[in-house]
Design a protein around this ligand. Structure first.
Ligand SMILES: *Cc1c(COP(=O)(O)O)cnc(C)c1O
Length: 438
């Protein structure tokens, strides 16, 4: 008798993997990416702080292309998403004494960037439907010190931009959209990054537009764009005209900056890969569509609810809500490990809520040495019940397996079925093992 795949031993317990083939390669590149990189290599100009060689800097070109992609007037590239958030806050004049509303369930850089400019992150609970900051909770958290709302568009959904744009305008508080997980997404037909005072992006390795490390800020405000340029290049901006053999940067120094510049290599990659963002998101959409069909027939998990105002979905991670009853109430961390072992790709739980995240501990930072109000930074003062509940219910699939489209969804669904069929064995394992760190 041959066993059905579902009845076979889990890969995590020494059995065969459900799928041991290759997933789409990430980060993706092709001959055009290579050509751009080689052009920089041989150009004699590896950074915008190198002399002008008669050819437009890739950084300048990427800024123009990305602004136009995001439906904004301006874009200032940066060395990372963290740098983008940092200079966006500084350009808006944020500093000590200010409070910034930050979602309670997101990457730690959102809050640590606020700490780095001396302002206090106020952690706001999430909406369980889209896992983004909850607009009502945000409104309740506003005080006379609230100087910015930082809305993150998480995983594969968007924050409620209608509600946040209205709230920010009613309270006269600038909105920063953190679009590090949402390149190319559209709300009512308009790209994210164009709704607030500034849009911040990360181009780190795992993001859906990447140069390994990198970032950008988008804005429609010319004054803000001028300050952003200076903040990322030690107080310098592009000169109106370029002269061969001379630096293209003009020393302005209206606001003291630091060096957060994107290199020409990174910019050259981004100029090329930007052309693929929409097609890649569409492929990931086919994955979600097929998975939705399979889950309708066999609901081992569910997907986040859809919102008709999201007219283009971007997929940093696809989020699965696990049906605990079907999986014998095995912790999601263990299901994530079992699925990862079946598929050869890392499936993870969500972030730990920021008020209990081991990497967000502002009081360990020398920045707060001798700070009179250091207690205001203690994340444990915030209550984030929805973030905590969400952490126990969901798994995330990274962006590159999603590029496999419908066939990838079929693999994931079959692997889920195999793990479900073995959930008794998994429950025993989770009892006998100590916690795995995610
Ligand atoms: C990745 C990420 C960042 C930080 O970007 P880096 O490029 O790693 O500095 C900030 N915010 C969100 C939501 C992110 O996903």
């Amino acid at each position: 008798m041959t066993l059905t795949p579902q009845a076979q031993t889990l890969a995590l317990l020494g059995g065969q993997m459900y799928f041991d083939g290759a997933w789409p390669r990430w980060p993706a590149s092709d001959e055009n990416t290579e050509r751009n990189l080689l052009q920089v290599l041989l150009s004699g100009r590896w950074a915008i702080s190198g002399a002008f060689r008669g050819e437009e800097a890739f950084e300048k070109r990427f800024a123009r292309d990305f602004a136009s992609f995001c439906n904004t007037e301006y874009c200032v590239p940066t060395s990372s998403g963290t740098a983008a958030l940092t200079i966006a806050l500084l350009a808006l004049g944020i500093g000590p004494g200010d409070e910034v509303l930050v979602p309670g369930l997101t990457w730690v850089a959102c809050a640590s960037a606020v700490v780095s400019v001396g302002a206090v992150p106020v952690l706001v609970d999430i909406d369980p439907e889209n896992l983004a900051m909850c607009p009502d909770a945000a409104e309740r958290a506003i005080t006379s010190d609230t100087a910015v709302i930082m809305l993150v568009h998480p995983f594969c959904r968007l924050g409620d931009l209608d509600a946040f744009v209205a709230l920010c305008s009613r309270k006269a508080i600038p909105l920063i959209e953190d679009c590090s997980q949402a390149h190319g997404a559209q709300w009512r037909g308009r790209r994210v990054g164009s709704f607030g005072a500034a849009g911040c992006f990360s181009m780190q390795q795992s993001k859906i537009l990447t140069s390994g490390e990198g970032g950008a800020v988008t804005t429609n405000d010319s004054g803000l764009a001028q300050r952003l340029q200076q903040l990322r290049a030690d107080g310098r901006v592009y000169a109106p005209t370029s002269v061969k053999g001379r630096l293209e940067l003009l020393e302005v120094g209206e606001v003291m900056g630091q060096n957060f510049c994107l290199s020409e290599f990174q910019s050259a990659i981004l100029v090329d890969r930007l052309l693929h963002v929409d097609t890649e998101n569409a492929l990931r959409g086919l994955f979600e569509y097929r998975l939705q069909e399979l889950l309708a027939a066999d609901p081992l998990a569910s997907l986040l609810s859809t919102d008709s105002r999201i007219t283009q979905v971007a997929y940093y991670n696809l989020v699965l809500r696990i049906d605990g009853d079907r999986f014998n109430h095995v912790p999601v961390d263990m299901i994530a490990r079992a699925l990862s072992a079946e598929l050869g790709v890392q499936i993870s739980p969500l972030y730990k809520p920021m008020n209990e995240h081991p990497l967000y501990v502002p009081l360990t930072s020398p920045r707060l040495k001798g700070h009179a109000q250091a207690v205001r930074f203690d994340p444990r003062q915030f209550d984030l019940p929805q973030a905590r509940r969400a952490r126990g219910l969901h798994l995330t699939v990274p962006n590159w397996p999603l590029l496999a489209g419908a066939v990838g969804a079929e693999r994931l669904h079959a692997a889920l079925a195999k793990v479900e069929a073995n959930s008794d064995a998994l429950a025993l394992l989770s009892l006998s093992e100590s916690r795995e760190a995610f």
